[in-house]
Design a protein around this ligand. Structure first.
Ligand code: CA
Length: 720
């Protein structure tokens, strides 16, 4: 017995340790291009009488010849007698995708469609950050008309940075010999792998559900735990016999949205596991589903439900809370996005995407986790390790403590949940009590630094104190922080801080606003200018990015927020309309902007994450669907027009398992491959606020919030 116990304890310890490790990705240069046409993360050049086929100096994407569905890269080139050609494929860096398997081998797949001799094959090198190249890798002779894997031991590559994988920024194909011939090959699945053979998968995948929507089918399957599985591959048929591969999915996601672009059509699906050698397991049994015409109401529910799943089955495993982005770090929780996710979960419960019982189970997990998570003067850090509950200084060493703004967004969600779980039973009472304790423990007043401070401060570090020293000054996304600090029944601040801090009008406030906006418009907090015929009472620049009108107002109903200068429903509505009008006018002539594609805000982008605004110097050509759609309460008609355009016309690249991808840029032929925790939930929640006011009503029914608003109103009246 003793031995058995010991063994069991050992196993438990082992599995616990294994769970603590972050998910390791393959370091990857290419699997699929998000867009047809050309591949954004590539660059071609040629000289002399050599040539490489290109579309705007980028590699063409093939949708007909591929190894993994839906596409591969086409290399059609001529090895000129005098000249050279080159194709560079860059590794696209994704936030939080930073833990990688050891790169023992470089692997890629080649398809030869021109009966190439070994002399005609390209040279292959890796490019480092400083643009230096590794030694050339020899491709062995390849068989024609079939996909063939090329595996190179990385120890044979000179100048290769095996220990700092991210230093290898690109893979370069170029002319090797001058045979004077033209050749066409296809390349797919370029990545580093740690083993050159992989056990075959003996398990059989199981489809749980296939559900037809307007122009896509959602397929879900039993969660995958076998680490030998590389992808889930999806096959579709229109007649039940001829199946073709339509997509692949990562193992940590158990759903796939197959956008077919047609309504009222029946489809048959099978899925299969593929291992690290891309060998297939047994096929699942067949599932069927039909797409259907949807009313506007059904369409809204469909969009709400897909985004909801980011927070339901896409949640961090241990805590049930929200990841920063997907794909991204698997065990890292973002506090603010978790608050938004909590509100999305409540919408999902009320819309019956999940049962009330399931929601209670999830919220017990959430409050138990948060109760023990690391806090600083009651405030949460920006990023939390889902396994340990400790702070993760993801944005740098100084950001290793409290984040008061993220705490505000989290509290916005938690306070909504406290009102929602009103059941007279032990479980729901426990949820309410634990939220009340966390709410009462946030020391808002401590974040003033000094007792006579005009401002609240954003961060505090346990070893570096107030080193970041970022004072909270509006107009931006942080109004909720002042409103909650004023409303706190235990560590509240005076309502006068709303005017001294948030709406500060002295030189500190003026300089702060002018610095981030690069304009003096709105530097007094008040604005007063007219943009596109719309007078803006409050707002920096001509309103700023649209998330300013979303984050604080998912719970806090802006209809009820009034100060000396504005009503914030009207003001938010005006900011949304200015943003809309700017995109319709489209002064920088970006492709795709218009009355059905608008809403500049913070999102992923082709070059980096950025907070775009309707001004020339902050308009970079990318549109984030969350911009227009999360503005539904302010601009229902304009938001609906954008939603329909994004889904019906761009769904093939823009729609996925968690709804709309984060952003797209048609000028650059780019679409984001991620979903962001901060951007999906506002879609679900703000559509709901437009439809029923659910989250607004719940949050505003809180007595502390009512008291806080009364204090602000009294303060405003005393200033009149
Ligand atoms: Ca592919």
């Amino acid at each position: 017995m003793k031995m058995k116990y010991k063994l069991l304890a050992g196993l438990l310890l082992l599995s616990f340790f294994a769970m603590a490790q972050e998910f390791q990705y393959n370091y990857n240069f290419f699997t699929n291009s998000a867009m047809n046409g050309n591949f954004f993360f590539s660059k071609t050049t040629s000289s002399g009488n050599s040539f490489i086929n290109n579309i705007e100096n980028k590699l063409p994407v093939s949708e007909t010849t591929f190894h993994t569905p839906g596409n591969a890269l086409q290399l059609q080139y001529k090895n000129g007698a005098n000249g050279n050609w080159q194709a560079i494929i860059f590794c696209k860096r994704i936030r939080g995708v930073d833990y990688f398997k050891t790169a023992n081998y470089l692997s890629f797949w080649v398809f030869d469609s021109s009966s190439i001799s070994s002399k005609g094959l390209p040279a292959v090198r890796l490019m480092k950050k400083d643009s230096s190249l590794t030694s050339s890798i020899n491709i062995p002779s390849i068989k024609k008309y079939q996909w063939q894997q090329i595996i190179i031991n990385t120890d044979s590559i000179k100048n290769f940075d095996k220990n700092k994988l991210t230093n290898n920024i690109a893979i370069v194909f170029s002319q090797q010999n001058n045979d004077g011939e033209q050749h066409t090959i296809f390349i797919d699945d370029i990545e580093f792998i740690n083993k050159n053979n992989s056990p075959s998968i003996n398990s059989t995948p199981e489809i749980i559900d296939a559900k037809g929507a307007a122009m896509h089918v959602d397929i879900t399957w039993k969660k995958v735990t076998d680490t030998n599985i590389r992808f889930i591959k999806i096959y579709r048929s229109e007649n039940g016999n001829d199946f073709k591969a339509v997509g692949i999915q990562q193992t940590f996601i158990n759903r796939y949205a197959d956008f077919t672009g047609e309504s009222n059509k029946k489809y048959f699906y099978k899925i299969v596991f593929i291992n690290n050698d891309y060998k297939e397991s047994n096929l699942s049994s067949i599932a069927t589903a039909s797409t259907k015409t949807m009313t506007d109401d059904e369409l809204l529910t469909m969009v709400q439900e897909s985004s909801f799943h980011y927070y339901w089955d896409g949640a961090e495993t241990h805590s049930g809370l929200t990841k920063e982005d997907i794909p991204g770090r698997q065990n890292m929780i973002a506090a603010g996005a978790s608050g938004f996710g909590i509100m999305a979960l409540i919408v999902g419960t009320e819309r019956k995407f999940i049962t009330h019982e399931e929601a209670v189970g999830r919220f017990i997990k959430i409050v138990n986790f948060l109760e023990h998570a690391e806090k600083f003067h009651g405030a949460f850090p920006h990023f939390i390790d889902g396994e340990t509950g400790k702070v993760i200084p993801f944005f740098g060493k100084r950001d290793n403590g409290a984040d008061l703004v993220e705490t505000s967004f989290l509290m916005e969600g938690l306070l909504t949940a406290r009102q929602y779980f009103s059941g007279d039973n032990e479980q729901e009472k426990m949820i309410r009590d634990k939220i009340t304790t966390m709410w009462n423990n946030v020391e808002w007043s401590w974040f003033k630094i000094n007792s006579d401070s005009k401002f609240l401060y954003w961060h505090w570090s346990p070893d570096k104190a107030w080193v970041i020293h970022h004072n909270l000054i509006g107009w931006n996304e942080t109004m909720i922080t002042y409103l909650l600090a004023i409303a706190s029944p235990t560590h509240g601040v005076a309502a006068s801080m709303y005017y001294s801090g948030w709406a500060n009008q002295d030189s500190t406030g003026q300089k702060y606003r002018a610095a981030w906006s690069s304009t003096k418009d709105g530097s007094m907090y008040t604005n007063g200018n007219t943009y596109f015929g719309i007078k803006l009472a409050v707002g920096v620049s001509d309103g700023g990015p649209l998330f300013f009108t979303h984050y604080s107002y998912m719970g806090f109903d802006p209809h009820f927020i009034n100060d000396k200068y504005a009503n914030y429903f009207t003001n938010n509505q005006n900011i949304a309309k200015i943003n809309y009008n700017y995109c319709v006018q489209n002064p920088k002539h970006y492709k795709g902007y218009g009355d059905n594609a608008w809403g500049l805000t913070a999102s992923d982008g082709p070059f980096d994450y950025s907070a775009d605004e309707p001004v020339l110097w902050e308009d970079h050509g990318k549109i984030a669907p969350t911009g227009a759609i999360s503005s539904f309460p302010y601009t229902p008609e304009e938001s609906m027009k954008a939603l329909k355009n994004y889904y019906y016309n761009y769904g093939k690249f823009l729609w996925g398992e968690y709804g709309f991808k984060d952003a797209f840029d048609l000028t650059n032929n780019w679409c984001s491959e991620i979903y962001m925790g901060l951007n999906q939930a506002p879609i679900t929640v703000m559509i709901e606020n437009y439809r029923s006011g659910l989250i607004w009503k719940l949050f505003m029914s809180n007595a502390d919030i009512k008291n806080g608003l009364q204090k602000l109103n009294d303060e405003t009246n005393s200033k009149k």
